[in-house]
Design a protein around this ligand. Structure first.
Ligand code: PEP
Ligand code: MN
Length: 332
């Protein structure tokens, strides 16, 4: 349920209403916008007399929120959320380009790529140290050493780090990471999501291979309801009957998620298509339809990449794309 307050309500009256609602056993999420204050009521609202609340002189309107997701619901938080990472703002018109290799392979590789993507205009870098691989025989990342190499690249470039956490036991190693990525395969690892609620860092939550938008939002809700509201959603393609691309990039998810939630929405055209030459057109389409950012795989030597070389752009290709993305942003 949400309670929209009238404009200019005195703080004291607002506090009285909040205390009364809390006494009914509810958690109150307060969203102070420029024009209105919205109280989001979380918990069992059956004891709340809607007519009574609506009759209060400080209340503008009361609505039941029928969706199962509350904390990430735009009705709770009408203004788009801005997430800040190392001075970089994401969301509500602040666009971010995250770029880097699928996996961290060596100091030379990650530093070279980080410098190149920064030069091209990326403001965050990606790089996997813990890699979820379909085959147990494939390269699974440099793990703790990979995280150390990311920190070296950050020191060289100043770019904050986005990297994937697969197992909650590894969380202590991620203390100095800027954004924790939760991969598609872990989107519904509910114990992991709950633990991330105790972390004071932004989480990039990727949509599962066969998950609906509601399921994605419910996973964000797990993190937020456990205490961490800094969640970014990522559309990275879903499994369909597409035969020539790795996945199907569901771009309608972008405007739909913007209607449903105030959280930033990032698009990953690399895992969506699996083919480097399809990344630029889909990245531009994602920009045009209102994504808050892109996460793109870039490798200095894609042919010899240990993971996802076929979908990785070369630095110069990324630079050309970044230029076109900025042009599209200019038009928007
Ligand atoms: C990745 O970003 O390298 C990755 C493994 O992504 P996803 O979880 O979307 O497959
Ligand atoms: Mn990858």
């Amino acid at each position: 349920m949400i309670v929209v307050l009238k404009h200019g309500v005195p703080g004291e009256k607002k506090d009285q209403l909040i205390a009364w609602l809390q006494a009914l056993g509810l958690r109150i999420h307060i969203s102070e916008g420029e024009y209105q204050t919205v109280l989001g009521l979380v918990g069992d609202t059956s004891a709340v007399d809607i007519d009574l609340v609506e009759s209060l002189d400080i209340v503008d309107s009361v609505k039941r929120v029928t969706e199962p997701f509350k904390m990430c619901n735009r009705k709770f938080h009408p203004e788009s959320m801005v997430i800040e990472v190392g001075g970089v703002k994401i969301g509500a018109g602040n666009f971010v380009m995250i770029a880097g290799p699928c996996s961290v392979e060596s100091e030379d590789q990650i530093v070279t790529v980080a410098k190149a993507v920064k030069e091209a205009g990326a403001t965050l870098m990606r790089g996997g140290a813990f890699k979820p691989r379909t085959s147990p025989y494939d390269f699974a990342g440099l793990k703790a050493e990979g995280l150390e190499l990311l920190k070296i690249a950050r020191k060289e470039t100043g770019l904050p780090i986005v990297t994937e956490l697969m197992n909650i036991n590894d969380l202590p190693l991620f203390e100095d990471v800027d954004v924790i990525q939760i991969g598609a395969r872990n989107m519904q690892n509910f114990d992991l999501l709950r633990e991330l609620g105790k972390v004071d860092k932004p989480i990039l939550l990727k949509r599962g291979l066969a998950n609906t938008l509601k399921e994605l939002l419910m996973s964000a809700e797990y993190i937020m309801a456990s205490g961490n509201e800094k969640v970014m959603l990522c559309e990275r393609g879903i499994r369909t009957f597409s035969d020539y691309t790795r996945n199907t990039l569901d771009l309608s998810a972008v405007p739909m998620l913007h209607e449903l939630t105030h959280l930033p929405v990032i698009v990953d055209p690399s895992h969506a298509t699996g083919i480097a030459r399809l990344v630029p057109p889909m990245a531009m389409a994602a920009t045009a339809c209102g994504a808050d950012g892109l996460i793109i795989e870039v490798h200095n030597d894609p042919i010899h990449a240990l993971c996802d070389g076929a979908q990785s752009l070369r630095p110069e290709e990324f630079a050309a794309l970044a230029h076109r993305v900025r042009a599209i942003r200019g038009v928007l």
